[in-house]
Design a protein around this ligand. Structure first.
Ligand code: FDA
Length: 320
């Protein structure tokens, strides 16, 4: 209920107009967002790299409704890939297909994606396609599978969500096609006809899917992971949940896989202690670093994930 309310709020333009004007909202969002500019985001990445942590940079933006906005977002992502190269930081890039035109015109989105992937391939970098709500799952997956057979296989990965019933079948399909997967629980509001609604069921499915990926790695080996930390292994486990992490670590041990066979991923500003302890133990850890001015929907989803975040926000509001 709590989470669903914030996911609805993330789409409400009236709320966006009102909330983004509040200085206290901008301050609260700063915990989860590395800044408004590329330079600020790269600075955050340098600090992570100094702590032995890799990054994936996300230029915030989603649900674009105009072709010109999709083109502008694509240009920013291309320039981000160049900036990563110039700065020499250990980072790749995460994108959303709705940001580069999926809802405007699928052909435009595909053309933009191809430009981005060509740039990533030229620079030896990697692009992760985030997964959005279930209205876009099939289209996102179709485009990803097309990218895999179009010469981009080493430069692109996808995200799958453990809360969707369909994910087990999608994961099998993606692994068979040689894809790389970031597994997350899922951050949107989905009906019970499509997604598990009980947390315990999502968690159980998460563990089973993580195990499926690790067994796949055991059978097929870990693909070449670039020394600059840009190309990730096949299973990337995106969660801050200590029990999910414990389960995956135990599976890695029991399957006699090396620590580098899996990458743990977390969000900027969340569980820094856990990020550091896993990295100190020798596991690859990557932090998702969002930046830009379109922070509102991302911030709302983060508020909805943890009631304590809301109290923190409300307390600051009344303290002013
Ligand atoms: P869970 O929600 O059970 O939280 C476990 C613990 O983590 C909490 O007890 C708390 O300590 C901490 N925590 C979690 N969220 C917090 C928050 N907002 N603030 C403070 N503490 C928090 N989703 C999606 O649908 N598509 C996508 O492409 C992605 N991409 C993505 C990338 C990366 C790197 C991560 C880490 C996550 C995503 N997600 C995502 C979001 C994901 O689906 C999920 O909503 C969040 O990760 C929260 O779920 P947890 O697995 O952390 O577990």
């Amino acid at each position: 209920m709590f989470r669903a309310f914030f996911v609805s709020l993330s789409r409400a333009t009236w709320a966006q107009k009102w909330i983004t004007r509040l200085p206290v909202a901008r301050q609260a969002a700063a915990r989860f967002v590395a800044g408004e500019t590329q330079a600020e985001a790269l600075q955050a990445v340098r600090q992570l790299n100094q702590r032995g942590i890799l990054a994936t940079l996300d230029h915030l933006g989603e649900s674009t409704t105009r072709a010109s906005d999709a083109q502008q977002a694509t240009a920013e992502i291309l320039s981000l890939l160049d900036a990563i190269q110039q700065a020499g930081v250990q980072a790749n890039v995460s994108i959303k297909l709705s940001q580069i035109g999926l809802a405007v015109d699928p052909a435009l989105c595909e053309a933009n994606l191809w430009k981005i992937l060509e740039k990533a391939r030229d620079l030896g970098n990697f692009v992760r396609i985030d997964m959005e709500d279930s209205s876009l799952t099939q289209r996102t997956l179709d485009l990803y599978l097309k990218a895999l057979v179009s010469g981009f296989a080493d430069h692109v990965g996808i995200v799958l969500q453990a809360y969707l019933y369909r994910t087990e079948a999608d994961l099998t399909r993606v692994l068979t096609a040689g894809g790389r997967v970031r597994l997350c629980k899922g951050a949107y509001k989905e009906p019970s006809t499509l997604a598990f609604s009980r947390k315990a069921d999502v968690n159980l499915n998460y563990d089973q899917l993580a195990l499926q990926m690790l067994r796949h790695t055991l059978r097929h080996g870990t693909p070449q992971v670039s020394a600059d930390g840009r190309t990730p292994p096949i299973p990337a486990l995106a969660t801050h949940d200590p029990q999910r992490i414990r389960f995956a670590r135990q599976a890695v041990e029991e399957l006699y896989l090396p620590k580098r066979a899996v990458e743990f991923q977390m969000l900027y500003g969340i569980r820094r202690d856990l990020q550091e302890s896993l990295a100190a133990e020798g596991f690859p850890v990557r932090v998702y670093v969002p930046y830009g001015t379109h922070w509102y929907p991302y911030f709302m989803r983060r508020l909805g994930e943890r009631p304590a975040n809301l109290w923190f926000f409300v307390k600051n509001f009344f303290q002013r």
